[in-house]
Design a protein around this ligand. Structure first.
Ligand SMILES: [Zn+2]
Length: 124
């Protein structure tokens, strides 16, 4: 099994609904995300997946979130913009947009850091 990963960052504001604590109030994070792809086979170039096309997809997803108030954006206008829900949202968007891999590589996980020490990971 091979795995490759890319990381990107973005800044956004949010607040958590139905949460009793500091995160109930409007605040921001410098989010970091890591996308991990895995697969059994490499292509004829010796790659699991082309980083360039992976980064293009991730950057276009992040562009829709960067410097936004997440609670105003679907699906977070109804779904709480927790790190967990952000990870699943990015997974759903990335699997829809990522060009199919001829050698069967796919997204294994998405991790979203809200701070340097707190992160949530979604595994499909
Ligand atoms: Zn927060």
């Amino acid at each position: 099994m091979f795995q490759v990963s890319v990381e990107e960052t973005f800044a956004a504001a949010h607040n958590l609904r139905n949460y009793k604590g500091k995160c109930e109030d409007l605040h921001g994070h410098n989010y970091k995300i890591r996308v991990v792809l895995s697969g059994q086979e490499l292509d004829s170039t010796g790659l699991l997946y082309d980083f360039v096309s992976l980064k293009q997809v991730i950057r276009s997803i992040i562009a829709s979130l960067d410097h936004k108030y997440l609670n105003e954006l679907p699906p977070f206008d109804t779904l709480n913009p927790s790190a967990e829900n952000l990870a699943r949202h990015i997974y759903d968007q990335a699997t829809r947009q990522l060009p199919p891999s001829p050698n069967g590589a796919g997204i294994a996980s998405i991790t979203v850091w809200e701070t340097e020490t707190t992160a949530a990971t979604y595994h499909p």
